[in-house]
Design a protein around this ligand. Structure first.
Ligand code: 4AD
Ligand code: MG
Length: 477
């Protein structure tokens, strides 16, 4: 009896002697005899052996790279090198032909920039199929980690009237006729005529709503899309990205830091265990590519070593004030190599973060207790009156991967913060009420999912770890 089987299962089971059906896309077809077939279930191909004398000429002609085909045949031991089994083809059905002249994915190395323009097809390359299998595994690991740790997943709204981060980088959502915008007596947009009768945007974070959930369910997390209209064309910023935001009640900053480190290590361990072939491929590719770079441009460790290094070492903890001291005593500072100033009160730039993580500590670093002015209104004020109980987790090669804090749970302090940050009480009345009715210390953080995938895969541009990146001037596909 014939049964349909994925190439991943087939290579695992090695059912020699059995009749099977496999589907996939042709990677190569050599000597009118050997097809390397891939179905996306694994990075590995299965070799199909074709008896060209018994095959229909027209079918043979249409087996080109990229074609979608179905093979019926028996599994046999392979005599060739590089594979244990192969399929002796009895029947080939061509589901979709592929014009080899027009197919953009030629059997040669393509640049990442070129493949970004072919994002509809790039899943079919080894690199991108590996990245997206790892992305899946990381997503699964996150849900499993939180589920097994007693968290409840909460779906927070995507359309919202509030700006959690207060950075004002939001995408406006409206159904008003842009050619005929209703105005009020003051000449401003009459938002009462809009769909929600108030100004709404795409969310920048699910945190404020997650806090409401945590203050009843105890431990919650969100895993959703977030949107930022920041016009920064960097290799680490997207206009649409996915964020994981846990929130825990009866917890302080120390608990928050512990949770962040445990979560990161759990994800790493899961991916190392379940994505061996894909990691090995990306690891080898990275070594090959970096061998062409000058020594000082190469990364200190190749991919798989980086992952186990982070897994095996405790994260470094320093305060913002200590970080400023380290930076001001550093060689690049004294030699005026930093482009941006370093003084207490300024926000750390990525050149500073990278120096701390990659050159000074050579380890993931958690920086805590930032000046209140450079952080969001909801962060808990420390007793010194100047700093807040914030934390940023910095990773080698990535910079900031997590941002979080203990939350301000004291109503009077929070009301003053709203005033200082020009946040109108009537916009966040629901948030403030949780501080009136059974408030308690609580904390949480946000992990940027794409930055995590960059770390896990060694990809150096955030556009190459999300299926269809949204960046300034670009929303194709
Ligand atoms: O530091 P951020 O802005 O923190 C928050 O949004 C908090 N509300 C999180 C919380 O406490 N619940 O963002 C969190 C993380 C960053 O550390 C970064 O990894 C990622 O989200 N991130 C981005 N990733 C890709 N593109 C962007 N434009 C990003 N902005 C932030
Ligand atoms: Mg941040």
């Amino acid at each position: 009896m014939k049964s349909k089987i994925s190439i991943k299962e087939l290579l695992k089971l090695e059912p020699i002697g059995e009749e099977v059906i496999v589907n996939g896309w042709v990677r190569t077809f050599r000597s009118n005899r050997f097809i390397a077939l891939n179905d996306g279930s694994t990075i590995n191909n299965i070799q199909i052996v074709v008896d060209f004398e018994k095959m229909d000429e027209s079918i043979l002609k249409s087996i080109n790279t990229g074609a979608a085909i179905e093979i019926k045949g028996s599994v046999v031991e392979s005599l060739g090198k590089g594979q244990k089994i192969e399929i002796d083809a009895k029947e080939i059905i061509v589901h979709g032909t592929c014009d080899p002249e027009a197919y953009p994915l030629q059997p040669k190395k393509h640049s990442m920039e070129f493949l970004r323009e072919k994002a509809h097809l790039r899943f079919r390359t080894n690199t991108f199929s590996s990245v997206f299998r790892i992305r899946h595994a990381a997503s699964f690991a996150i849900h499993k980690f939180f589920n097994d740790s007693g968290f409840y997943m909460l779906h927070t709204p995507i359309l919202t009237g509030s700006d959690a981060e207060g950075a004002g980088e939001m995408f406006r959502v409206t159904t008003l006729d842009l050619k005929n915008i209703p105005l009020n007596e003051e000449g401003d947009v009459d938002v009462t005529k809009d769909f929600f009768a108030k100004e709404t945007n795409l969310t920048v974070s699910g945190q404020l709503e997650a806090e409401l959930g945590a203050l009843a369910l105890g431990k919650v997390y969100t895993f959703g899309p977030t949107f930022r209209a920041e016009n920064s064309n960097t290799s680490r910023h997207l206009a649409e990205f996915w964020m994981i935001e846990p929130e825990i009640a009866f917890a302080d900053l120390k608990d928050d830091m512990k949770l962040a480190e445990e979560m990161m290590k759990y994800i790493l361990q899961h991916v190392i265990t379940h994505c061996k072939d894909d990691l090995q491929f990306l690891h080898d590719k990275e070594i090959k590519e970096e061998s062409q770079l000058p020594k000082d441009k190469r990364r200190e460790m190749p991919l798989m070593e980086r992952l186990s290094f982070v897994l095996q070492n405790d994260f470094t903890h320093i305060t913002y004030t200590e970080a400023i001291d380290v930076l001001r005593n550093s060689k690049p500072y004294k030699k005026k190599k930093f482009q941006y100033p370093v003084e207490w009160g300024i926000d750390l730039q990525s050149e500073h973060e990278r120096f701390l993580v990659e050159k000074h500590f050579k380890n993931p670093v958690i920086i805590t207790d930032y000046p209140a002015e450079i952080k969001a209104f909801y962060m808990r004020q420390n007793d010194d009156g100047k700093t807040v109980a914030a934390m940023d987790v910095l990773f080698p090669g990535i910079g900031e991967i997590i941002g979080g804090s203990q939350r301000e749970e004291r109503l009077d302090v929070l009301l003053k913060k709203c005033k200082d940050f020009n946040i109108e009480e009537e916009h966040v009345w629901w948030y403030l009420e949780t501080r009136k009715f059974g408030t308690c210390k609580h904390a949480g953080f946000g992990l940027g999912f794409e930055r995590l995938i960059m770390f896990l895969t060694g990809m150096t541009n955030v556009r190459d770890v999300i299926p269809f990146p949204r960046t300034p001037q670009n929303a194709e596909f």
